[in-house]
Design a protein around this ligand. Structure first.
Ligand code: TRP
Length: 344
């Protein structure tokens, strides 16, 4: 070790993630995010928020925003996040997120943000008309993560670049302010079943709430009929299911449906193929539909129950925000001192 080796972050392991309250949650969010959160909460202190500050980077109807936040919270709870175990809160209820974002705005470089592909995708052709918030979105995300000194962030593949930016911001902050090891360099948690759930209409496109076709996705609030119908109409090929996972490689739609089955059942793709090899989709789809209804039906029902009387959700979110602030405030107080602000 040299004299100048930076001190490593030595704090506790913490998991943090969030979902934006824009549009309905679907099977991809469920398997790729919510199920993982539920599993992680029992292993590591876990912070899961509803990203309403991120949501307004695009116009959100003010009279609807709280309802959208409640809906994501209901999905968290219905999937099995336990508010006694995990800290569940609305991002906007913890003002330190925005305060830390300002400091990070002065750490991050324009060149770093110019490389962000999600901004390019979302802003489209007219980027001069996008909000500055949309451009700054990844810096707010870095603040979300580092405010809690989170070390592990369960996200989809598409968020990898934002995690790299978060690490760059953490490292530059630690370096510029001579605060070695102050912020951790967090890692994304991407692998695992459900890492990539694709559209039911096109096995090469991610299942997405912005796809114009509702048949491309299964929403968490779909009833049994809708779920079955969407599975029945899902695009496939005429061949029987193969013996091994290799046999799915050039069959995007087949691979997706088998992957969904495996993730919902909590078994490996190989195990699914051992059961269904040689059978066609005429036999496989009804089994998949039954499984999806069995797993998602109770979640939709629990979401509807919670949303019918939101007092319980509101109490959980208010309590979660208070607990989140117990971590966020001391971090922000340290940041103020490190930066040299007046109120430190
Ligand atoms: N950008 C994330 C997404 O679209 C949502 C998000 C906001 C997030 N802040 C975060 C995820 C912090 C993980 C950590 O999926």
């Amino acid at each position: 070790m040299t004299d100048h080796a930076p001190a490593q972050y030595a704090g506790p392991k913490r998991v943090l993630s969030g979902v934006q309250p824009t549009g309905d949650l679907h099977l991809g969010n469920y398997l790729g995010a919510l199920v993982k959160f539920v599993r992680l909460q029992h292993e590591t202190p876990t912070f899961i928020f509803v990203a309403d500050l991120h949501a307004i980077t695009d116009w959100q109807e003010p009279s609807k925003l709280k309802g959208q936040v409640r809906e994501i919270a209901a999905a968290y709870l219905a999937t099995g996040l336990d508010p006694k175990v995990a800290t569940i809160f609305p991002q906007s209820a913890v003002p330190e997120h925005t305060e830390l974002t300002w400091v990070f705005n002065c750490v991050a470089r324009i060149g770093w943000l110019d490389r962000m592909t999600q901004f390019k995708d979302k802003a489209g052709k007219h980027k001069e008309r996008a909000s500055i918030g949309l451009y700054d979105y990844p810096v707010l995300q870095a603040a979300d993560i580092l405010l809690y000194k989170a070390t592990h962030v369960p996200v989809g593949e598409d968020q990898k670049q934002h995690l790299e930016l978060t690490r760059d911001i953490a490292a530059k902050f630690n370096h510029d302010f001579q605060a070695p090891g102050f912020f951790p360099l967090p890692e994304p948690l991407i692998q695992g079943p459900g890492a990539r759930i694709m559209s039911l209409r096109d096995g090469t496109a991610k299942m997405s709430k912005s796809d114009p076709s509702d048949y491309s996705r299964i929403n968490l609030t779909d009833d049994a009929d809708a779920i079955s119908q969407k599975v029945r109409k899902a695009r496939t090929d005429p061949d029987p299911l193969p013996e091994t996972a290799d046999g799915l490689e050039s069959r995007a739609e087949a691979k997706n449906l088998v992957g969904i089955y495996a993730a919902l059942a909590g078994v490996s793709v190989e195990a699914v193929l051992r059961e269904f090899a040689g059978q066609g989709f005429g036999a496989f789809k009804p089994k998949l539909a039954d499984l999806a209804v069995e797993k998602l039906g109770p979640i939709g029902a629990e979401m509807r129950r919670l949303l019918a009387d939101p007092a319980e959700i509101d109490r959980i979110l208010t309590d979660g925000a208070a607990r989140a602030r117990e971590i966020a405030q001391p971090t922000m107080a340290e940041v103020r001192r490190i930066v040299g602000f007046w109120n430190s």
